[in-house]
Design a protein around this ligand. Structure first.
Ligand code: BEZ
Ligand code: FE
Length: 302
């Protein structure tokens, strides 16, 4: 009689049994399955079954987990991605980023992109002020873009974005903040230098009115991100850097809600109280100043 099993593997393990549950499921995979999908699904099934065996959930608990995932999906819209938020608070976004951006020592490290990046921000000349709502403590950000050997990288593009002094990105407050408030694109000069004006960033909560926020609360965690400015720095022939710089005085540095803080990204923000110096940059004293250099690694050719 001809076998009704899809493969010899399935034939060897056709029926469910608790001890070998993951093997039974994985044996069902068809022979034509794409190799990468086979690897991904078999690892996921193996670890999921191991977790369930360790947790031993009741039916009610398993249903609560399914309800949580359902609500997470229902919270997603064109502009709200609750699953990314879940990946962020579980440290998975940072882990995927770390695996994909192992850089030589000395290169500026990546950190989380976050959901509030918007392509097509306004391009500004050096020295422009990206703060359009006039709120917050003035800040000058200045530095240089260079390669790993210290050679200047001219014409690098620096995209910057941050929250306003109330802790919201412009896209979270359409009609309240001016469009493109606190975001812009700058270009490094012939010596690799850049500078612009902004305001000192403050800590702010990630969106916490959905299932991910409820989970954070249930786990005794707060939703706050340590105060930061976001950057994407790109130049032809170099690995693009998606990163932040953090203020050193933020109480949330060691407990950033999405694990985005890296020691190398904590900058030295200094208060400048010299009227003549302030006039030179077009600000009133006192203002904040941060010097920050970006070091780009050569793009991988494979
Ligand atoms: C952000 O830094 O903009 C961010 C990152 C992760 C989740 C939410 C916001
Ligand atoms: Fe942010």
């Amino acid at each position: 009689m001809q076998s009704t099993f899809a493969s010899a593997q399935t034939a060897a393990l056709p029926y469910f049994d608790e001890a070998r549950s993951a093997d039974v499921v994985n044996a069902r995979m068809g022979e034509q399955t794409d190799e990468r999908l086979r690897q991904v699904m078999s690892v996921l099934v193996k670890h999921l079954h191991a977790a369930i065996k360790e947790i031993e959930p009741t039916h009610e608990e398993w249903f609560a987990a399914i309800r949580f995932l359902t609500e997470t999906g229902q919270m997603c819209t064109d502009w709200r991605q609750e699953y990314i938020l879940l990946s962020d608070i579980l440290g998975v976004s940072m882990l995927v980023d770390a695996i994909n951006h192992r850089r030589p020592s000395g290169a500026t490290p990546n950190t989380i992109l976050g959901p509030f990046y918007v392509a097509g921000a306004p391009e500004y000349p050096s020295g422009a002020n990206i703060c359009l709502d006039g709120k917050g403590e003035p800040l000058v950000v200045a530095g240089r873009v260079a390669d790993i050997n210290g050679n200047a990288i001219p014409n690098a593009k620096l995209e910057v974005w941050q929250t306003n002094d109330d802790g919201f990105y412009d896209v979270q407050q359409k009609g309240i903040q001016p469009d493109s408030n606190l975001r812009g694109i700058f270009t490094s000069d012939a010596e690799g230098k850049y500078w612009f004006k902004s305001v000192k960033p403050r800590h702010y909560p990630i969106p916490s009115d959905g299932p991910v926020g409820k989970l954070l609360g249930a786990m005794g965690r707060h939703p706050n991100r340590a105060a930061h400015l976001h950057f994407i720095v790109t130049a032809p022939g170099f690995d693009p850097v998606i990163t932040h710089i953090f203020t050193p005085d933020c109480p949330y540095l060691p407990e950033d809600a999405v694990f985005g803080v890296k020691r190398e990204l904590i900058a030295d923000f200094r208060k400048v109280d010299d009227v003549t110096v302030a006039e030179r940059v077009g600000l009133r004293a006192p203002y904040w100043s941060v010097a920050w250099d970006f070091t780009l690694a050569t793009a991988k050719t494979v």
